[in-house]
Design a protein around this ligand. Sequence first.
Ligand SMILES: Nc1ncnc2c1ncn2[C@@H]1O[C@H](COP(=O)(O)OP(=O)(O)OP(=O)(O)O)[C@@H](O)[C@H]1O
Length: 249
Amino acid sequence: MTALLRVEGLSKSYGALRVTDGLSLSVEPGELHAVIGPNGAGKTTLIHQISGMTPPDAGRILFAGEDVTGRSMAGRALAGLARSFQITSILPRFSALQNVALAVQARSGSSFRFLSPVDGEAALTGPARDLLARFGLAERAEMPAGALSHGEKRQLELAIALATAPKLLLLDEPLAGTSHAESARIVEILRGLTGSVAILLVEHDMEAVFALADRVSVLVYGRVIATGAPEAIRSNPEVRAAYLGEEAA
Ligand SMILES: Nc1ncnc2c1ncn2[C@@H]1O[C@H](COP(=O)(O)OP(=O)(O)OP(=O)(O)O)[C@@H](O)[C@H]1O
């Protein structure tokens, strides 16, 4: 199968610190590929480089068969690479519905101009309501997004990212700061997405990672030390020594 995303030899240094160091990995269509590793291993910097926020010093990023290394964030988003922005993408005074409807509009470009105002609005809010329902937020549709709980904001953020109909979703710690119940709900949402959209997931919650991932890559000092199925990663002696330790026992 041709990889949807291929990262080849990605390097980035800040001063003397090599944050990603010849890093290579791939994500297949529909795959949930988790990236784990100790604090400071370079996981967030990897996501920044893939999304186009941080230019790499060396290496290439191939997405859907094209070299996107030099492309802007907006150009990558148009090509189907979506990133959720840990709540900062949410407009707090707009309702949850309006937040998702705006993302639906962004996906559809100017096509709504040709509809009457009423039909145009329905064409945006219809899919937005469907997405909110899928993300367990149907009853929060009219609520200002800023009034949602932390976990609900994370769910809304996923709905916004999905509204752009991406091929690949980049998720940086979607479970951080959520309650046990909220994180269980988000895990269920992510499970429901697997197969239909590829996901590159950076997450510290190992229970969630091992329950969700098709493949796991382990990043240590900016390098991938192992990639494989969750069970193979859990029992890999090098991974256990470098990161998982007794956590995985
Ligand atoms: N803009 C920057 N300028 C200087 N140093 C940076 C910058 N961004 C990241 N770093 C450093 O690069 C290293 C890797 O950071 P990064 O956030 O990518 O790690 P991480 O694996 O995501 O860590 P965590 O699990 O704690 O989120 C850290 O030592 C960090 O301080």
